[in-house]
Design a protein around this ligand. Structure first.
Ligand code: 5GP
Length: 192
């Protein structure tokens, strides 16, 4: 361990934005471009989509398992979204930050508000679509959700878009690589 790394806490950067905006693609591109940044793996009670893997995309838990972890105060934040529960496991985030690693969370608006209250030093970044029409088309044509889930996600998207002024920064996802680079610029500009 060199002198520089002693005592340096990692930075916590929280990314949110409406469902369908492509934020997980942007975040994954960012960690591909800078593998030194760690992306937290959330827990969820939703069913895996085709191609998603347990422990990689999410920790896929039953309602009972999720509740047990919640009862143990195992979540830094948690929320219900479109009929399922989601949460950020507290322990791994704390461990990486203490080690001095910068950490990204990709969570919904309710979660951002909880993290902001608990950890005011966190930086918050909102990923916005180029237009409402593009977002609506992406959400309705994705084909991974049933009609009721799409309707709930469109509702949530309207609420999330209305809250973008709460964030430290807004990045428009017109091009994934550009958006990922802008996100990384925020991570490094807020690093100590
Ligand atoms: P999806 O089901 O499309 O993967 O995610 C639905 C929403 O839940 C997205 O807005 C996503 O950012 C959010 N989400 C994913 N993980 C978490 C988490 O750990 N906490 C919270 N609050 N939201 C999450």
């Amino acid at each position: 361990m060199n002198d520089e790394s002693i005592g340096r806490q990692g930075k916590l950067v929280v990314v949110a934005g409406p469902s369908g905006v492509g934020k997980s693609t942007v975040v994954r591109k960012a960690i591909e471009l800078d593998p030194a940044v760690w992306l937290s793996v959330s827990a969820t009670t939703r069913q895996p989509r085709p191609g998603e893997h347990d422990g990689v995309d999410y920790l896929f838990l039953t309602d009972e398992q999720f509740q047990a972890l919640s009862d143990e105060h195992g979540f830094l934040e948690s929320a219900s979204f479109a009929g399922n529960r989601y949460g950020t496991p507290r322990e791994s985030v704390a461990k990486y930050l203490e080690e001095g690693t910068d950490v990204l969370l990709e969570i919904d608006l309710q979660g951002v508000r909880q993290v902001r209250a608990a950890m005011p030093a966190a930086t918050t970044v909102f990923i916005a679509p180029p237009s409402w029409e593009i977002l609506r088309d992406r959400l309705t044509s994705r084909g991974t959700e049933d009609e009721a889930s799409v309707a709930r996600r469109l509702d949530a998207a309207r609420r999330e878009l209305a809250a973008q002024n709460e964030f430290d920064s807004v990045i428009i996802n017109a091009d994934v690589e550009q958006a990922a680079k802008q996100l990384l610029a925020w991570v490094s500009s807020t690093s100590t």
